[in-house]
Design a protein around this ligand. Structure first.
Ligand code: GUN
Length: 287
């Protein structure tokens, strides 16, 4: 058996087209969704991510407002900027790129964002609403993962799901989303005992560990849906830099029913969901 590939690029493109259509409709009513992006310091990976976010926002017809600040920027300065953005009618979404430089109180900066403009879904109000099953802005990566899972099957009720990783950005909200879709959910982490055996029970396996090929092929239940959130830069056998996921993809292919590749799986979905969250915030701001 060879797994079906879940094409995140194609699904993300369709989502971006829907976002662009809704943006055009909003523009006819005089509203252009606006996304403010705050980048502090010179982290190369963050610069690449932020560049992609603003480029794709512009391509979908959104306005973006870039705030690039030196690594020396302090917590109070950042909070003052966030408060100013909270007050602007043309900014519907605020994204503060993480990680912030050491010494900045990231939690305080994120807490300063108006929950209605928190398009990352990181604010405690949105995390709490999600946990309570209320209307919430959902973090982009787990939302993208759920959309990909639903591309494979809409029949999630009762499915055994294992989320490997307990971060606030991916693992915890992913587990909440699967629970809301009536899965039986287990969150595994670095202290979990017998991870291979736990993974073998998973009909849906989401890997968000941040370690290359940490999940072996024979940990995967035959026919499972495997969603690989990992984006790890490694050096291939040819000495060239290569991106690999948290799952040993080649080994997993003969076990899984469906699997996301890296790159081209979850990655493209994250930005598409960010644009969707921003347009939704713009729509809600009119109500
Ligand atoms: N850093 C890595 N991923 C993300 C993300 O989804 N949002 C923000 N704000 N920062 C990140």
């Amino acid at each position: 058996m060879t797994a079906t590939l879940i094409d995140g690029r194609a699904v993300a493109e369709r989502l971006r087209e829907r976002v662009a259509a809704r943006t055009a409709e909003l523009a006819r009513h005089g509203v252009i969704p606006g996304l403010a992006v705050v980048l502090v310091g010179e982290d190369p990976a963050s610069q690449v991510y932020v560049g992609s976010k603003t480029k794709q926002a512009a391509a979908a017809g959104l306005k973006h407002f870039d705030h690039r600040l030196p690594a020396s920027t302090g917590t109070s300065e950042l909070i003052a900027l966030v408060e100013q953005l909270n007050g602007r009618a043309d900014v519907h979404g605020i994204l503060v790129q993480l990680p912030l430089p050491a010494g900045v109180d990231s939690a305080a900066v994120l807490a300063a964002i108006d929950p209605a403009k928190d398009v990352d879904g990181f604010h405690a109000v949105n995390a709490g609403r999600l946990a309570l099953g209320q209307d919430a802005t959902v973090p982009c990566t787990p939302l993208g993962c759920l959309i990909l899972i639903r591309e494979v099957t809409r029949d999630l009720a009762g499915k055994r799901a294992v989320v490997v990783g307990r971060s606030n950005i991916v693992g915890k909200p992913m587990a909440q989303l699967l629970l809301q879709n009536d899965c039986t959910v287990t969150i595994a982490h670095s202290r979990t005992r017998d991870l291979p055996q736990l993974c073998r029970e998973a009909e849906i396996l989401v890997a968000a560990i941040g370690r290359p090929k940490a999940i072996a092929g024979d940990w995967i239940r035959p026919g499972a849906i495997v969603i690989d959130v990992g984006i790890n830069r490694t050096v291939g056998a040819d000495g060239k830099s290569k991106l690999v996921g948290d799952v040993d993809f080649d080994a997993a292919l003969s076990h899984a029913g469906a699997i996301t590749p890296v790159p081209g799986g979850v990655g493209p979905m994250t930005i598409a969901c960010l644009l969707m969250n921003t347009v939704n915030a713009a729509i809600r701001s009119r109500a």
